[in-house]
Design a protein around this ligand. Structure first.
Ligand SMILES: Cc1ncc(COP(=O)(O)O)c(C=O)c1O
Length: 388
């Protein structure tokens, strides 16, 4: 059983899809369904790397002027993808750095000293949260031990003692998504701020931060955004001036580029900058982001849902247990499968050039450049390898 051969309305047409695929050389070498872990790198990156080398080879300090333009352009492109205004996003090396900077803005004084979070976080979130216990933060972890969010239980724990609600948009391990509109409404009702780790969704699932009214969103380039080595932080523009990170650096100051000690903060999300930035990773990551922006997040989501539906249908036909929610409303870009001896199965699939990941469950994450045929080929191989 393989299901329909064509994709639903709203997806790229065949010619546009073939042109998009041609931008990603990795796809010529394997069936690559590992995008929730690391997205494919577009061929345009080679040119950026060559230019970068030429820049270093003929170094002059005024190169920084162009690099700052590139850094700002990438941050503003992320903002556009999120439905946010220019200047509301800043980048740094990884999400952990930015999250710690966010948590360093608060005093954690009773009665409002709690961080409500879930048991489906990426490990960096509880680790950083625990580190802030020394400053008075109290972690309130809500979970079922299973693969889904218990939305009612999370919302029930958010009250006047809650300073921050820190949740993923989708779980890295199960692919389940959380209902952000409901959660933001509940948090704001009691005066709490919502911090969302959207690493597993941005680039695959639409997220309009302005419409949502969410306070803080973090994510990174190297998965669904087909970039490398950079992460981002969005802060609600009307909130940013009330936040002052203790973990900071000179680039967050209002006089950064004069090389004098700043006395105030830079405008917008730049107040969450650290030290000397990393231009190369933004320049590289711009290439994938531009390709995805050219497709549009609506078409990406339509394509993703069609391919993940095929994974679900094929899993059901093969008798493979599905861990992720099957309802499109509650699933992100990945389908997690409960495959006995899954790590070994993943390795055997990789030996057949069928690439996915394993984090307790087998994670199958097709992106907009994948095809239904690739999903079928992968699921054929999975059915064989999991019955060995
Ligand atoms: C949900 C989520 N958050 C965070 C990270 C990584 O954070 P960092 O950029 O700090 O390595 C990942 C995966 O790499 C992730 O899946």
């Amino acid at each position: 059983m393989s299901g329909p051969d064509t994709l639903p309305a709203g997806c790229l047409d065949a010619a546009a899809h073939a042109a998009l695929r041609a931008e990603f050389p990795l796809l010529e070498t394997c069936v690559y369904l590992n995008n929730n872990s690391t997205g494919a790198t577009p061929r345009g990156v080679e040119r950026v790397l060559t230019d970068y080398w030429e820049t270093l080879r003929g170094w002059r300090d005024d190169v920084w002027q162009g690099w700052h333009v590139g850094l700002d352009r990438y941050a503003d492109s992320i903002a556009a993808l999120l439905g946010a205004p220019a200047g509301s996003v800043v980048t740094d090396a990884n999400l952990s750095t930015l999250l710690a900077r966010v948590l360093s803005c608060f005093d954690y004084r009773p009665p409002r000293d709690r961080i409500v979070t879930t048991d489906l976080e990426y490990p960096t979130v509880p680790f950083i949260g625990a580190a802030f216990r020394r400053y008075g933060a109290r972690l309130d972890v809500v979970g079922t031990g299973g693969p889904r969010f218990d939305q009612d239980a999370i919302e029930a724990r958010v009250d006047e003692r809650t300073l921050l609600v820190c949740v993923p948009h989708a779980s890295f391990s199960s692919g389940a998504t959380i209902d952000l509109p409901r959660l933001v409404a509940r948090a704001h009702d009691v005066g709490a701020l919502v911090v969302v780790d959207a690493f597993q969704t941005v680039g695959a699932v639409p997220l309009d931060v302005t419409a949502l009214g969410v306070d803080i969103v973090l994510g990174g380039a190297h998965k669904w955004l087909c970039g490398a080595g950079t992460a981002f932080l969005y802060v609600r523009p009307d909130l940013v001036e009330r936040l002052a990170p203790a973990a900071t650096g000179w680039q967050a100051g209002d006089r950064a580029l004069t090389f004098r000690v700043s006395t105030g903060w830079a405008a917008g999300a730049q107040r969450f900058a650290g030290g000397t930035p990393y231009p190369l990773t933004s320049l590289i990551s711009q290439v994938g982001l531009d390709l995805l922006a050219g497709v549009g997040i609506g078409a990406i989501r339509a394509h993703s849902l069609a391919l993940t539906q095929r994974v679900l249908d094929r899993a059901a036909a093969a008798g493979i247990a599905v861990v992720s929610p099957t309802d499109p409303q509650h699933r992100g870009g990945v389908v997690c499968l409960d495959v006995p001896d899954g790590e070994a199965v993943k390795r055997r699939l990789a030996a057949r050039n069928m690439i996915c990941s394993w984090r307790g469950w087998l994670r199958v994450g097709p992106h907009v450049y994948n095809t239904l045929d690739e999903v079928d080929a992968f699921m054929d191989a999975l059915a064989e390898e999991s019955s060995r």
